[in-house]
Structure formats: C-alpha cells, structure tokens
Design a protein around this ligand. Structure first.
Ligand code: ADP
Ligand code: MG
Length: 692
C-alpha cells in the first residue's frame, strides 16, 4: 500500500464526498456531520446516488446497514443494488434504503421488554460515521431502534450520551466566555490480542466454542522473564501486523502503534484517537479485521479476555477526553493548572461523576471474560478509583487540604552522557495499576475487556460527566461571579469526592481494605456488578440526560446478565464434553498402558515397576476426582432456574464457576502426568510458542 495516498481508500470520506457530491449537498451533509445539524432528508437521494456510484467503482454489488445490536457484536444484512428493468437490471440505491432499513428485530436481544417492543425494528443511517466498502458490499453505519422508538443497540445511546455531554459542556463553556459549535468526546482504544496457529486452534474444542482454554496446565515458561513486552517481533507476527495495518489504513482506521505485550503470544495495536462514535465503529471493524487477517496467515487471533490461565489476559484501554470544534481539549491542564479555573472545574466534574456512579462504570465493563482479569494482578482491581499523578494530585490536595500548591517542575532529564540528548521529564508519571488514570490531557479507563464494545463504558462516562456539568451549570448560571463560584464548587466537590482518588499501588494488598474503609464498591464478578443498573439513582441519571428510558436502562442490565449466564453455561457444557469424551478416556487409556507395562515387567523377574505403578495410581485417583467433579458440575447446572436472571447469574458466579475451577484443577494435574502422546489437546507450551 502507498501511504499517504491510499489511506482510507475504501471509505466514503470527506474528500470523496467533496469530489462526488453537488456542492450544496456536500455543504448540507458536512453541516450535519460537523455541527450536529439535523439531517436534511431532501439531500439523501443525491448522497445515495453518489455513494452507490462510488461503491460500484470499488467493486460493490451490495449494500448493508451495519449496526451494533445488544449482542455486543456487529450485524449486517446484505441487499444487492439490482432492480429489474425489462429483461435486465439497473443498479440502484434509493434515499429510503440509505436512510432506513427494516431488519427483523425479534431475534436480537432486547431485555425483558420484548413484548412491548414488538418484532419491528428499524436501522437508521448515522451520517457522522463514514460509509465504507468491504468485500463487495457498501457498509452504511447505522443505529438500531424499535418500532416504538426504544433503542435496541449501543450506537444510538452512545450518540445520545455525546449529545448530552455536548449540551452541558457548552453551558459551562459559555459561562466562561467560550463559544463553540460543538463539544465532542474523543476515544483512543488500545487493543490487545493473542496470536496462535490455526493448527493448534482447530484441535482445541474450548477455544473454538468459548474463545478461551477451559483446561491446560501452565507451560514451564510463562511471562516471568519479562522478555516478551516490547520484544523483537517474530517474522510471522511482523508479517501479520504489516498486513493488518494496511487493511486498517485502507478503511481509514488510524492504526499507530504495534508491539508485543507482556504475555507470550500477546500483542497490541493502538490507534490515534478520534470522535467517540467513529472510534467505536473503527474498533468493531478492527476486531473483525484482526481475525480475518490472521486467517490469511495461518493464524488465529484470540480476542477473549483470558485465553490462557496463569499469564496475562487481554484488555482495552479507553483513552477519553472532550474537545471543542475549535480545538480546545477540556482536559488539557495547560502550563499553570493552578490558575485554570475552568480546567479545575472540569476535573472536579469528572471526579464527582466517577465517584457518584462508580457502580455503573464498573458494570459497563462487566462480562464473563473480564471477570478473569479485574482484580487478578494484571488488570486494575474491581474497585474504581481515580489516579491523578504527582502534579494534579498535589493540586487537588492543595484545594482539599488548604495547603500551598508547589508546582511539580518538569525537570530536564539527562543520562549523564554528554552526547546524549536532554529530555523533559514527564510530570504525569505512569501508574499502570489504576483503573482510571489521568495521563496528560485525557483519562485512561483501563478496565475494559479486550472483546468489549467500547460504546458501553463511553455511554456511561459521557452521561455521568454530562450530569455533573449540568449540576454545575445550574448553579453557575445563578452566580454573579462565575470565577469565584466555580472555585467554590470545585473545592466543595473535590472535598466530597476525595475518597475516589488513589495515587498509590492499586495491585497492593493494602488497597482492598483501604477502599472498603472509604466505602468504595468492590464488585468482583458480573453477577454482583451488573445489578446496580437496576438501582433508581443509576436509572435516573440516564433518564435525566435523555440517554436511556427506564425500560432501556433496565434492559441493558438484564441483557448483560443473560449474556453472562449463557456464556458460563456454554463454558460448563463444553468442559463436560471435553472431560467425558476426550480427557477421561485419554487418561484411562494411558493408565491401562501403564498397567499393561507393569504386567509385562512383572513377567520378567527383577524389573522395577515403581514409576508405572505410582503414575497409574495417581492418574486413576485424578480421573476419579475429575469424574466426580464433572458430575457435581452437571448436577448443579441442571438445578439452576434460568428464567430468573438475577438468581441464575448468582448461581453461575458462586456455584458453577467454583465447580468449573475445581474440575479444571484435577484435569490440569492429570495433564502434567500423562504422556503427551495420549493427551488429546495441544499443550500451553505448544500454543504459546508455536508461532515462529
Ligand atoms: P501513552 O498512553 O502510551 O502515553 P499516548 O498518550 O500517545 O500513549 O496515547 C495513548 C492513546 O491515547 C492513543 O490511542 C491516543 O490516540 C489516545 N489519546 C491521546 N490523546 C487523546 C485524547 N485527547 N482523547 C482521547 N484519546 C487520546
Ligand atoms: Mg496507554
């Protein structure tokens, strides 16, 4: 690929729009995209026709509305452009087909409220995210709503949350004399993933059905040498990353950084940030392309949060900020944050929002997969806290405790070798253990699982910060002197929410009890985390900001729990299959070989049978234990009333997951003692070190 010429070659982007649309139409479309003006539907026909022409020139024969239902994945249904005319066809995309689609909504999750939603659902074009051509189809980014107007997806509420933030942020800015057309939230999601060979993947039933290994004794070499992080790329991996970048760039995705991650076979791609809804679309497309490109290289890209036990799992860092269309980043502290009243007020709003709504922020990243990471010394703990770094930490302390603020000077660093350059020492040092860290001019929310749709936490973040802004704006609009009123609000709120700030080691043993003392939530699994969605205070913040109706908010919680129950259920059933069909028979067979060896040896006098006997005995006991544990798991699973999501999710978290762990422990011990000729699956050391 030629850069920069071919960047975004598959995207109906600004320059293509400019080249292909009549200038009046182009202007109207840009006004919708940039200033958030309502779409002038009379231009849709013209846009549709230009889009179709362009798509056909790129080899497209079909179009699809591309949307993000509550499955957490993307959905598409392709229609061809053909329309009969006499005995031949013409290629057509009408304005109606561009603007609305009508997929059957009844097979998509909608929470407990399907009866009222009815089966009819509409997809509607989101003109702010550009259309693109992929594999012969024109993809039209869309939202998904029900016949009665309830949102059935993740994009519509994301857009609503961005609108809420825009509205409230502009109120604040206006009070400070800053006029702008739009305040947009921005996101840069860093994406972690694993690569293994297709050959190994095919042989692992658990990876194929659940995305993670349900069994597997640890490899003798894990990540303890700390040699993989930023290590030299293996040729196969390097080829993969190169191909991936080219694909991503062709779709206008700003892939910037690539490197090896901490665990063996683990890697990362970080894009340059952009407006939240575009970033969400780009990340969904990135995950799809990561998998497809891997296939071409004989590899499989694993996006599960915990494909392998005993080494790090994968997450996503959600870098988040808010910027005006005039280029002002509201989270930029500037050179002298101590005199920047607006910045301090914005900071107080974020801190207040995160403290008040820590429950839903935590719940927004809860999933069966992510339960393996949070609190497991590789990702932030399940407790939400805010890290500010030395500079802002000192600033906030000075406000809360009334002590003088001594600015942390950015010192000049040098390694003491005259030829080497002088570098500025960063005042916002890194704290990788914090779930919500200030990093220079943005916050980095680090709790997301690698498979997550980043819309989820951003809907919550935008909504809760918008809500804090709204409260501040209500007060400030009544004040005579905005500066001093803002300073008062800042001081009051920082004092009220000081407990959420934690600038020390979030992985250390002291933090959990300390957080409990501060009254912070610590919901360790999805079943315990998600029900906060049903609390009145949390529903109200969505309703107040016009992001969800009560019914929509409750539906999100129910679907998250349903999803969790189904995921654990599939994992448990897969485990039972593997144990009964493959593992127990394999161990039995190996034991019988050992016993046959004992018999044969005993026939010749004087040969020792100690090893064979000891192994046969240990493995028989482990096989019995595995069988008994499988029986318990099966029985417990059968007893769960799956109709009540709250009860069933609790049972999954507190009975089934422990049952599964127990079963796994017997099997993993057996694996270590069984000849690899008999073990039915590739081992951890094969999977993690096979890619060359
Ligand atoms: P690091 O966190 O390693 O220092 P950077 O600060 O360059 O790296 O950025 C990490 C991620 O944060 C990138 O995806 C980057 O695009 C994103 N990012 C930077 N600034 C912003 C912003 N204002 N809003 C959202 N994301 C941002
Ligand atoms: Mg980072």
């Amino acid at each position: 690929m030629k850069l920069p010429e071919n960047f975004g070659e598959n995207v109906f982007n600004d320059s293509v729009q400019k080249d292909t649309l009549p200038s009046e139409v182009y202007k109207a479309l840009r006004a919708t995209i940039e200033a958030g003006k309502p779409l002038d539907t009379t231009i849709a026909g013209s846009v549709a026709s230009a889009m179709k022409k362009w798509a056909i020139s790129k080899g497209a024969t079909h179009y699809t509305h591309w949307f993000q239902p509550l499955t957490g994945l993307t959905a598409e249904k392709h229609d061809s452009f053909i329309e009969p005319e006499g005995d031949h066809v013409i290629m057509r995309l009408t304005s109606k087909s561009l603007i609305v689609g009508e997929p059957d909504a009844s097979s998509f999750p909608s929470g407990g409220s399907r009866a009222t939603y009815m089966a009819r659902g509409y997809t509607a074009w989101d003109p702010t995210s550009p259309a693109f051509v992929k594999e012969g189809t024109l993809y039209i980014p869309s939202i998904f709503v029900s016949y009665t107007g309830e949102t059935l997806d993740k994009k519509a509420p994301l857009l609503k949350s961005m609108t809420a933030l825009d509205k409230q942020a502009k109120r604040i800015l206006k009070l400070f004399g800053i006029e702008c057309k739009k305040v947009a939230t921005t996101v840069g999601p860093e994406q972690e993933y694993f690569l293994i060979t297709e050959e190994d993947y095919e042989q692992r039933k658990d990876l194929r059905l659940t995305g993670r290994t349900l069994f597997g004794a640890p490899a003798s070499r894990g990540q303890e040498l700390e040699d993989h992080y930023f290590g030299v790329l293996k040729p196969k991996v390097s080829e993969y990353m190169r191909d991936l970048d080219e694909q991503l760039w062709s779709f206008g995705i700003l892939s910037k950084t690539k490197h090896n991650e901490v665990a063996p076979a683990q890697h990362e791609m970080a894009p340059i940030f952009t407006t939240s809804n575009i970033s969400v679309d780009a990340n969904m497309l990135t995950m799809e392309i990561m998998k497809k490109v891997a296939q071409k290289h004989g590899l499989v890209c694993l996006l599960h949060e915990k494909p392998f036990e005993g080494i790090n799992g994968s997450g996503k860092h959600n870098n988040w900020s808010m910027s005006t269309d005039t280029g002002l980043n509201l989270l930029n502290p500037g050179k002298t944050p101590e005199t920047n009243t607006l910045f301090k007020l914005v900071l107080a709003a974020v801190i207040k929002a995160v403290d008040d709504y820590q429950g839903i922020l935590r719940a927004s990243v809860a999933s069966a997969g992510n339960d393996h990471r949070l609190g497991a010394n590789e990702a932030p703990p399940a407790i939400i806290s805010v890290y500010l770094g030395d500079q802002l930490g000192a600033l906030v302390d000075s406000i809360v405790k009334g002590v003088d603020y001594v600015p942390v000077k950015t010192e000049k660093g040098s390694i003491g070798v005259p030829e080497s350059p002088i570098f500025p020492k960063d005042a916002t040092d890194r704290n990788r253990t914090s779930p919500f860290a200030f990093t220079g001019n943005k916050f980095e929310f680090r709790m997301l699982g690698s498979q997550a749709n980043v819309a989820d936490p951003n809907i919550v973040l935008n909504t809760i910060v918008a809500d804090a802004f709204a409260q501040f704006a209500d007060e400030l609009e009544e004040a005579d002197d905005v500066e001093s009123a803002a300073a008062k609000i800042t001081e009051r709120e920082l004092k009220a929410h000081y407990r959420i700030i934690f600038n020390l080691d979030g992985y250390g043993p002291e933090w959990e009890p300390e957080a409990a003392k501060r009254g912070l939530l610590n919901n360790k699994n999805t079943a315990d985390a998600v029900p906060v969605f049903f609390e009145k205070k949390n529903i109200d913040v969505f309703v107040r900001n016009d992001v969800y109706t009560e019914q929509e908010a409750v539906a999100r919680g129910e679907i998250a729990l349903e999803n969790y129950i189904k995921t654990i259920n599939i994992e448990a059933l897969t485990m039972l299959d593997m144990v009964k069909q493959d593992i127990i028979p394999a161990v039995s067979e190996y034991v019988s070989v050992l016993c046959a060896t004992v018999a044969a040896k005993q026939a010749c006098e004087g040969l020792s049978c100690t090893v064979e006997k000891a192994l046969a005995k240990k493995l028989s006991i482990l096989n019995d234990s595995a069988y008994a544990a499988a029986e318990t798991l099966e029985k417990d699973l059968a007893e769960i009333d799956k109709n009540d999501v709250k009860v069933a999710s609790q049972a999954m978290a507190h009975t089934i997951v422990p049952d599964m762990e127990k079963l796994r422990s017997f099997v993993d011990q057996a694996e270590k003692l069984t000849s690899s000729d008999y073990w039915p699956y590739p081992s951890y050391s094969e999977m993690l070190y096979r890619v060359k």
